[in-house]
Design a protein around this ligand. Structure first.
Ligand code: ARG
Length: 428
């Protein structure tokens, strides 16, 4: 999917550069996320889908009379944001048994609405980690085709997991014989499941290494796949040229997935020093959804989250935040992942202030949501920073996020692929 985007970009640029659409953004500042340096004032020139220049002055030769100029007083330009763990098909108001009444087609419609909310919040790229019926691929493709607004979606399709595990559906008695489509037991069955997901076009593989909060009958800290199964799964994914994300709360599941070679661990609640050392040694990314706990504990009962899950969340939430602080301090590579869909889509940026509260500098939190995420996706040459030659995914926030990270919750302009997708400037 993404390759196609790049090829068509190259084609458009070479075929019609004489007639390029030029967009000029003028703001108080632009953030170089690699160094934390602010370019002040900033002019960013975009031609078609790409950034042509980022400078303190408007380059004379780029001003064509038909260029669109967007002036953003008091604003900082930041690269389009990444959320590396969302469920676009998830509705925060619908949990527990109510969720079982939602069909896959219905969830795809929910996903279309949530894709727009996510984009409006400044998130121009997301990794969708788990969706029934490959609904996330349908959403991805509809966005790519220009049928609906939304971020670039890197989609996993059904998450892979053991029988009775966090990625299975355990809500029914045995008479009903309900098994989720991503269930596979044993190294070869797991390889087969990866191959199936690849066959249907996923961009990334997600599997459940431990129990979880939102599933029925699973122990949140207990490992589920054996190391042997994880090794087979990761080997298969990497052989096919994709990356793999492991859901893991418990310590042994975190360590086994790192040793098996996963690219990112999700949640990472119960950490110990050895797990941190392993992540540092293997270069594994952590994607820690430290905002969700507030929604689950605050709004969850009203939204229908079962008591069993609320109970598990009470054990996990604050420990996960302590683990986050330890991981940041130790220098583990971090990406921004929020589990959007448990809480309402569009609120993703609320996590930034929690990331700062629990130990990151403002710049580190922004790097997690930009260049680090682009690097995890192996797209750092095309996305993740405001550099000439990269795709023009740019947002404008009202103020300086290095002084006050909460400005990230209030995005004024969103540009994706050089196209103005959102413009909330107040016109006088
Ligand atoms: N999907 C995750 C699970 O069910 C959500 C965990 C949310 N809680 C948290 N403290 N991050 O396990």
């Amino acid at each position: 999917m993404f390759k196609q985007t790049l090829l068509s970009t190259a084609f458009i640029l070479s075929a019609s550069s004489a007639f390029a659409n030029t967009l000029i953004l003028k703001a108080d500042a632009a953030l170089d996320v690699r160094t934390g340096k602010l370019i002040k004032p900033a002019t960013v020139v975009v031609e078609d889908k790409s950034i042509v220049s980022v400078s303190e002055h408007t380059p004379q030769d780029s001003i064509s009379s038909d260029a669109t100029v967007i002036t953003l007083k008091g604003h900082t330009l930041v690269p389009g944001l990444f959320d590396m763990h969302v469920h676009l098909t998830g509705d925060a108001k619908v949990h527990g048994y109510e969720r079982l009444r939602r069909t896959v087609p219905r969830s795809a419609i929910t996903g279309a609405i949530n894709a727009q909310r996510t984009l409006e919040a400044g998130f121009t790229s997301v990794r969708n980690l788990g969706a029934s019926g490959f609904a996330d691929l349908a959403i991805r493709d509809a966005i790519y085709d220009g049928d609906i607004p939304g971020p670039r979606v890197f989609a996993s399709g059904p998450a892979i997991g053991i029988t009775g595990g966090h990625c299975d559906n355990n809500a029914f008695t045995h008479e009903h014989r309900v098994t989720s489509e991503g269930v596979a037991d044993g190294p070869w069955a797991v390889r087969h499941k990866v191959r199936e997901n690849v066959k249907y076009g996923v961009d990334v593989i997600k599997f459940c290494a431990t129990g979880g909060v939102m599933s029925k009958g699973t122990k949140v800290g207990a490992q589920q796949y054996s190391f042997e199964e994880m090794q087979a799964l990761v080997n298969e994914v990497h052989m096919r040229g994709l990356t793999v994300a492991a859901h893991a709360h418990g310590t042994s599941g975190i360590k086994s997935s790192i040793r098996a070679g996963v690219d990112s661990v999700e949640h990472v609640s119960f950490l110990d020093d050895e797990a941190i050392q392993l992540a540092l040694k293997h270069g594994t990314y952590f994607s820690m959804d430290i905002y969700t706990t507030e929604y689950i504990l605050g709004e969850g009962a009203k939204a229908g989250i079962p008591e069993e899950s609320l109970q598990k969340e009470r054990q996990v939430g604050s420990i996960q935040r302590d683990s986050f602080s330890k991981a940041v301090k130790a220098g583990v590579k971090m990406v921004f992942g929020s589990d959007g869909g448990i809480y309402p889509h569009g609120d993703n940026a609320k996590q930034f202030s929690r990331m700062v509260q629990f130990g990151m500098t403002e710049l580190q939190a922004l790097q997690a949501a930009t260049i680090n995420s682009a690097t995890l996706l192996k797209l750092q040459d095309h996305l993740g920073s405001l550099d000439a030659g990269k795709l023009a995914d740019i947002i404008a926030v009202p103020g300086n996020p290095l002084d006050d990270i909460t400005v990230m919750e209030d995005v004024t302009v969103v540009i994706k692929d050089g196209k103005v997708e959102v413009d909330k400037r107040v016109t006088q």
